[in-house]
Design a binder for this molecule. Structure first.
Ligand code: TXA
Ligand code: MG
Length: 324
């Protein structure tokens, strides 16, 4: 396997944060921790910085980016705000919920960042390093997950370095991400609120505030969220779901009690006590660890759909899609 040349990884000291903000102002890319996964950040108002993000990830330009903010001040200059957004923001921001809203007239957000759509996806992350970087940069940051397009999202600084190498100018190291799966993406741009991606805030939590939410997931023919194309989150090895036993050459990704599950050349457990929150935090790092050519595939035990389990199953289904 070819390891790309190493980028600079820095502890988030005052000096490193100043460097990071200066890099952003110069149109460069800085990877930073959020509570969900690491983001590959660039100036959301600069077409040049956005073009660099697409290039670094090898991401198709029809797939729009999330714009990250660190305050609600001035939000109405970016997007057309509404009552449902206000209710959800009051409860879940900062936190792992992304809201898709109409682009405000005269919004400074790069058109390329929203891939030419009339809407912008916006998120206020909870992680203090993310907030500090956005504040110091003095502008919203566009930040997709900091991985090569189609691969597993990074939950540690080292994952970013492995996946992007020198394509990122600086990585701020905030340790392991707490939530471990990406934010929920909720479309509030039409009358009917639609969940485009399950995530760290669940559909049920959203519904208690704004009533029934439609789902638009796994729609490959006409994706509303163009990033939700099925083949995504792809480890190199084939992934087999709902495994009740593992083959001799397979690696087993276990959940809960696994002593009755036979086989497997090697196994690790997402959460021996069967906790979905713990499992989400471990998901991408453990899939990476098992994605090794010494095995023939990864067998994954069933994960319950409760709470963040919906997001875990969503990512696993994508990881398991047949690839050519
Ligand atoms: O947790 C997260 O959301 C992480 C961290 C870094 O904040 N970011 C992340 O970004 O997961 P990314 O680019 O990997 O996923 C963004 C998703 C994609 O599925 C994209 O298609 C969708 O959001 N999206 C972005 N803008 C959209 C828009 N205007 N309308 C519909 N979907 C949009
Ligand atoms: Mg991503």
């Amino acid at each position: 396997m070819n390891t790309p040349p190493s980028p600079r990884i820095a502890e988030p000291t005052q000096a490193a944060l100043s460097d990071a903000a200066a890099l952003i102002a110069a149109g460069k890319l800085v990877a930073f921790p959020t509570e969900t996964v690491y983001g590959l950040g660039g100036d959301a108002t600069s077409e040049r910085a956005i073009a660099a993000i697409y290039a670094a990830k090898g991401r198709p330009q029809f797939n729009p980016l999330i714009v990250h903010i660190a305050s609600l001040d001035g939000i109405e200059k970016l997007v057309t705000w509404n009552d449902r957004a206000q209710k959800l923001a009051a409860r879940f921001w900062p936190g792992p919920l992304t809201l898709v809203l109409p682009r405000a007239p005269g919004s400074p957000v790069s058109l390329l960042a929203s891939a030419g759509l009339e809407t912008i996806a916006i998120r206020f992350p909870r992680h203090l390093i993310a907030q500090e970087l956005i504040r110091r940069a003095g502008r919203p940051l566009a930040a997709p997950s900091a991985n090569a397009s189609g691969k597993l999202s990074p939950t540690q600084a080292a994952h970013v370095a492995e996946s992007l190498g020198k394509k990122v100018d600086l990585i701020l190291d905030g340790g392991t991400c707490e939530v471990g799966v990406e934010s929920a993406v909720l479309d509030l741009s039409t009358d009917r609120a639609t969940l485009l991606r399950p995530g760290g805030v669940t559909k049920e939590q959203i519904e208690t505030l704004i009533g029934p939410v439609a789902e638009s997931l796994h729609d490959e023919t006409a994706p509303k969220s163009p990033g939700m194309l099925l083949s995504h989150y792809a480890p190199r090895l084939p992934v087999r779901l709902n495994a009740t036993e593992a083959g001799e050459t397979e690696a087993l990704l276990a959940f809960g009690t696994d002593k009755n599950v036979k086989g497997g050349a090697f196994r690790i457990n997402l959460s021996p006590k069967g906790n979905v929150i713990e499992a989400a935090a471990n998901l991408f790092a453990m899939l990476r660890a098992l994605d090794d050519p010494s095995f023939t595939g990864i067998a994954v035990m069933p994960i319950p759909m409760e709470g963040i389990g919906a997001a875990i199953n969503d990512r696993l289904i994508r990881a398991a899609v047949d690839r050519e």
